[in-house]
Design a protein around this ligand. Sequence first.
Ligand SMILES: *Cc1c(COP(=O)(O)O)cnc(C)c1O
Length: 375
Amino acid sequence: MQRNPATLRATLSELERGKLWRSRRVPARGTANFCSNDYLGLSKHVDVVDAFRQAVDQFGVGSGASHLVTGHSLAHEALEEVLAGILGRERALVYSTGYMANMGVIGTLADQNAAIVADKLNHASLIDGCRLTKAELSRYRHGDAGHAAELLAGIDAAVSTRLLITDGVFSMDGDLAPLPELARAARDAQAWLVVDDAHGLGVVGAKGHGTVEHFGLDADDVPVLVGTFGKAFGTFGAFVAGDADLIEYLVQKSRTYIYTTALPSAVAAATCAALLVSEREPWRREKVMQHARRVHTALKLPGEAQSPIIPIVLGDEARALAASRALEERSLLVTAIRPPTVPAGTARLRVTLSAAHRDAEVSALIDALQEVLAA
Ligand SMILES: *Cc1c(COP(=O)(O)O)cnc(C)c1O
C-alpha cells in the first residue's frame, strides 16, 4: 500500500475505533503512580540526586561524543567496575539504552550463520534485535523450556552460532523465566543464553542481583546478562555483562555501542550511587515485594506475586481502558496495556508497586481496584 496523508489518517481512525489509540499522559499533581518502573523508589533518592549534581559540575551535561571518540569518562569506568563487581562478572559495558543494548548484543553475536530461539513473550527490543539479524528465528511457547530445547535441537548442524534469548522477569506479566531449565537446554545445544533482566535486577534475589541470583545460577549458566538502569535503579541507560572477551568483542563490533553518543557522565554517576543504595538498603526490595503480595492476595489473583509487576488481565481493550479511566478519576494512575504490546485478547491493567509507596496508598489502590473491577 502506498503511504500518503490519507492512509495515515485512515490508520489512525482505525486505531481509535478499535480502542487501540495510545495517548501520552502527564501525571497530574497528587495522583499516585502505580505504573512506573521505579521499583525501589531511587529516582529521587538524595544520594542519587547528589551524585548526579556533582557529576554535572565536573563533567558537564552532555558527554560530547561516542565512547570510542572522547565520550568515555571516569564516571562510566567506575560504573562498569562497580557493576561487574556486584554481579560477579569479569566486565560490564554501559549502553545508552536497553533497546540499544539488546540490538547491540544480539546483532553482534548473531553473525551470518546463526540461529536464534526466543520466548514468545520477549520484550519488543529483543524481538527487534533478532529482526535486525539475518539469523533464523524461532519462538517457543512462553516459559516452556522443553519447547525451547526442542527448537534448539532442530537447528541445522551447519549453523555456527546459536542464541537462546529470554527476559528474566517478563515485563507485562511479572513472571520469571525458568532459567535453570533454559540454562541446561542452552548448555546441551552449545547456545549462548542471553537473559534480559531489566525487571529483575534490584528487585529479585536476596541481594537484588536478579533472576540469576534468585535461581542460584552463575555466569557459566548465563554468559550474557543484559540489564537496564531505568527501572529499579531509577536512572537511565543499560548494560551488558559477561566475560572479558565477550565485552571486548562488543566494544570492537557492536554498532549500537560504537555509533552513538555516550550516556551523560552524570547519569552514570547517579546510577553508580543507585547501585550502592540498592546494595545497602535491602528493605526497599522487601517493601516493594510486600506491597506486591498484598495487592496480589487482595485481588485473589492466580499463583503468587513473583515481582512488583501485577497484571490484571481483562481481555477486552475497551474494558481495560474504562478501568484505567475509572482509577484515574480516583487519582490513581494505572495504564491499560493493549495489543500489540500484549497478545490480542489479553488487554490488561498493569499495576506496578514501588518501595516509595506508602501502605495507605496501597490500601487506597486495593479499595479502588476492587470497586472498579466489580463494576
Ligand atoms: C524497558 C526494557 C528494555 C528497554 O530498556 P530502555 O533502557 O528503556 O531502552 C529492554 N528490555 C526489557 C525487558 C525492558 O523492560
